[in-house]
Design a protein around this ligand. Structure first.
Ligand code: TRP
Length: 450
């Protein structure tokens, strides 16, 4: 066991660090393009419903497991019940795979900080696709992003991350609001707002639900033990119930504001909302170009996206690194260097799959074949994270036992939602995640001929 585990220095510090992990590329980059690809308002509606049912329930569950056992993701489950460390182990694998491609996108963001100054040219779409598909430059940026993450994780996170998050998160919020104001006041923005806010119920298909579920896990950093780890640094009198409500709320708020920053501008400039991963990189530069001091704002905006990505990537790396330290008894430095190298190498594949290796496709059980980048994303967001959440819920409901979890929560909280949470964690969450997982794999369709 780790000695001197330490605590967060303040409740605000913890909230900002947890929000720092949650708010990242998932909110600013993924959410708007997923909404764009999956019917706009229909996606937003399903997303919000799932956040309310799953986000709160699982956030509370993970923090409770962490605070109770005072250890890393693997150790926490194992300590409560021998043999169940694999649930944390599962998360460690997800974090490892997510960071491999997350860092590639982090690199794109860094490129756009400098590109904002040097100019992106008239054809933003062409600029983006030729950049990400080139063989060397994106990999260099990926290396730098990974390196920066490693440098911070080597030094430990509590002081640095907590401090940085306290500054960066509020700053990000302000800049995001400025972007929104510019975006929604553009000519033709209304169509985008309508697309984003008016749910067309006929658009709510299985695909939309699956995408929204994956996004809930990804955006809240759930299903892989980060909240277990962060929760383990909390004091016994911390009100977990309140935190589990606040963190998902703030995270979703940022996601929705990002949607308002991006989608109205997409329509105003005549782009298709179904652009996919390029959405933020293509439309935002166009929006900034049309405003006074646009260059400066663009650079600042991408700088803040970069910080948001970094505070998330650190939390991703920490879970894997802690595993190396605890399970193999490595030094922190050795663990960081080893895993960083591996993740960097996998990331090279992810980056190349945007260009040189785009023909290399991995067949998957859902019947599709994916490039390396998409494969890592699909495997983690749609399978590993939900599976981690499912195991976590079953663990609490049936292995550890809800009464034990409730006792832990109640050391610092009145826990007004006890009855509701009990039903959600025992029945609703496992059933819902299980059904969606089955449909994700295509099993439901095959068995029931849907
Ligand atoms: N939540 C972060 C984002 O929205 C990404 C992230 C950080 C994450 N840690 C995670 C995703 C753990 C899944 C699991 O960008």
């Amino acid at each position: 066991m780790e000695q001197n585990r330490g605590n967060w220095s303040s409740r605000f510090g913890f909230i900002m660090a947890a929000v720092g992990s949650a708010v990242g590329l998932g909110n600013l980059w993924k959410f708007p393009y997923l909404a764009g690809e999956n019917g706009g308002g229909a996606f937003v509606l399903v997303y919000i419903v799932l956040i309310i049912i799953l986000g709160f329930t699982l956030m509370l569950a993970e923090m409770t497991v962490g605070r109770h056992s005072n250890s890393d993701a693997y150790g926490a489950y194992n300590k409560i019940k021998k043999g169940f460390g694999f649930i944390g182990g599962f998360g460690i694998l997800s974090g490892f795979l997510i960071l491999s491609y997350y860092s590639v996108v982090g690199g794109w963001v860094m490129k756009y900080i400098t590109a904002s100054f040097s100019g992106i040219g008239a054809d933003k779409s062409e600029y983006f696709s030729s950049f990400i598909s080139s063989p060397v430059e994106p990999i260099v940026y990926h290396l730098i992003f990974m390196g920066l993450t490693a440098v911070i994780v080597i030094r430990g996170i509590s002081g640095g991350i907590e401090k940085a998050s306290k500054l960066l998160m509020p700053a990000l919020f302000v800049l995001l609001l400025l972007t929104v104001i510019r975006s929604v006041t553009l000519d033709g923005a209304m169509e985008g707002i309508r697309y984003f806010m008016n749910p067309d119920f006929s658009e709510i298909t299985l695909k939309v639900v699956i995408a929204a579920l994956g996004q809930v896990f990804f955006s809240l950093s759930l299903g892989m033990g980060i909240m277990v780890t962060y929760g383990s640094y909390l004091r016994k009198d911390e009100d977990l119930e309140k935190d589990a409500f606040l963190i998902p709320s703030l995270d979703s708020l940022v996601a929705i504001i990002s949607g308002f920053a991006i989608l109205p501008a997409v329509f105003a400039f005549g782009f298709a909302p179904t652009e996919g991963p390029g959405l933020m990189f293509i439309t935002l530069p166009a929006v900034f170009e049309s405003m006074p001091l646009g260059t400066l704002f663009a650079a600042l905006f991408f700088l803040l996206v970069f910080f948001a990505a970094l505070s998330s990537s650190i939390s991703l790396m920490e879970v894997t690194v802690a595993f190396g330290i605890d399970q193999f008894k490595w030094t922190r430095k050795k663990s960081v260097l080893f895993f960083t190298t591996l993740m960097f190498l996998i990331g090279i594949g992810a980056s190349l799959s945007m260009g040189a290796w785009s023909d290399f496709l991995i067949p998957w059980i859902d019947g599709n074949a994916y490039g390396i980048f998409d494969f890592l994303d699909v495997l983690t967001s749609y399978y590993l994270l939900p599976l981690g959440g499912l195991f976590g819920a079953i663990f609490i409901g049936y292995i550890w036992g809800v009464p034990n979890a409730v006792k832990e929560i109640k050391t610092g909280s009145k826990f007004r939602t006890e009855k509701l949470w009990t039903i959600l964690i025992k029945y609703v969450v496992p059933a819902l995640v299980f059904i969606i997982l089955l449909s994700t794999t295509g099993v439901l369709e095959r068995v029931f001929n849907l």
